[in-house]
Write a protein that binds this ligand. Structure first.
Ligand code: KG4
Ligand code: ZN
Length: 348
């Protein structure tokens, strides 16, 4: 079967995105980020996100088609994120996809947002070739999720552990807020940490006690940063700030790496991926590359352009679903929460 040609749409949070893919090969990926809009409020404001998706959605589709140099007749199907996410935000891409489907006759393929992230390390484009989607262990870390997932096959996922409270990206965002660094916190902490001493502040490494326990907890670390700022005040020099950032990042990375190594020993896979916004973190990438050498596994991380939310990953997942005949009925709904490993267990 020829690689399915998918027009993909994503609007689950604060990125309006459209992509044109052929199997896992990305011909065009357009992302309109609202990050500057939400930064002034210190986080994503759902109502504003929905309104901006409405104005951005049609232009990103036009732009993706123009960059790929194709028209609607080129495609086999339309892929769209159906959850989890902000309902008002999700609705924009889903309704646009439904409208395009009515107008063109193209069938719809609904995609779980996290399945898109799981596919992202296997995407390729003119700059790097795609790879075959194979069984693996994934560390999925974003603003809303921190999960260790055993990917047995497309659609067959076992969540081995997840966060009990804050997600890893949320911890970066909250720590950055406490340090007066603005939103989103991950990229700025990552940048500052490069010049800091990771041993300067002994921040806690939660839930490292047992190898069996693959759960995460990051809210204690956030509290530790709050207590530090309370006791010492805001770091008074750039170096002091870099030291706090490096120490914070080291604590997050130590927990993620330890849990991932324990999970890999349990499932015995030779392929490991990191996905989601936090997979862009340079400290995490370096530490995992070292662990890969030490433990003898292969690490795949998406290129930075596919770490954060994008539609290329949704297109890749839709292409794999289309090729495998894994299309659901009804093909597309909208779900605020949606379990990755429970098939159609949804609460919309
Ligand atoms: O996957 P994503 O774009 O959106 C969600 O689905 O949540 O992830 C966004 C999260 C934010 O919390 C952001 O602070 C974090 O990813 N992030 C990072 C880095 N770049 C983005 N965290 C740590 N280091 C980074 N370089
Ligand atoms: Zn995401």
């Amino acid at each position: 079967m020829a690689a399915p040609r998918i027009l993909a749409l994503e609007s689950s949070c604060d990125e309006t995105a459209c992509a044109v893919v052929e199997g896992l090969f990305v011909r065009a990926s357009v992302v309109a980020s609202q990050v500057e809009l939400h930064a002034q409020f210190g986080g994503v404001v759902p109502e504003l996100a929905s309104r901006h998706h409405l104005t951005a959605a049609v232009p990103v589709v036009r732009e993706a088609l123009a960059r790929a140099g194709v028209g609607f007749e080129w495609f086999d199907a339309i892929g769209v994120t159906e959850g989890p996410g902000l309902v008002g935000a999700l609705l924009v891409a889903v309704q646009l996809a439904r409208g395009l489907s009515l107008a063109t006759g193209l069938p719809l393929v609904g995609v779980h947002h996290m399945e898109g992230h799981l596919v992202s390390p296997f995407l390729g484009d003119a700059d790097s070739p795609p790879a075959e989607f194979a069984p693996h262990l994934a560390l999925s870390v974003s603003g809303g999720h921190s999960e260790l997932v055993h990917v047995q096959a497309l659609g067959r996922y076992e969540v081995l552990g997840s966060t009990r409270d804050d997600a890893a990206g949320e911890a970066f965002d909250k720590a950055a807020k406490l340090l007066g660094l603005g939103y989103p916190g991950g990229p700025v902490i990552d940048r500052l940490a490069a010049d800091g001493d990771p041993t300067a502040v002994p921040f806690p490494r939660a839930m490292l006690g047992s190898r069996e326990n693959l759960e995460f907890s990051f809210s204690g670390l956030k509290t530790a940063v709050a207590v530090y700022v309370d006791q010492h005040g805001q770091p008074s020099s750039r170096q002091a700030l870099a030291d706090v950032c490096a120490s914070f990042q080291a604590a997050v990375v130590a927990v993620l790496v330890a849990k991932l190594r324990a999970a890999r020993r349990r499932v015995g896979t030779s392929l490991v991926t990191i996905v989601g916004g936090v997979s862009a973190n340079s400290g995490l990438r370096t530490a995992l590359a070292e662990a890969a050498t030490r433990d003898g596994f292969t690490l795949r991380a998406p290129p930075l352009r596919y770490c954060g939310d994008n539609a290329a990953m949704i297109g890749g997942a839709a292409a794999l679903r289309w090729a495998a005949g894994l299309r659901r009925e009804p093909p597309v709904e909208v779900y605020a929460s949606l379990a990755l490993d429970e098939g159609r267990a949804r609460d919309g």
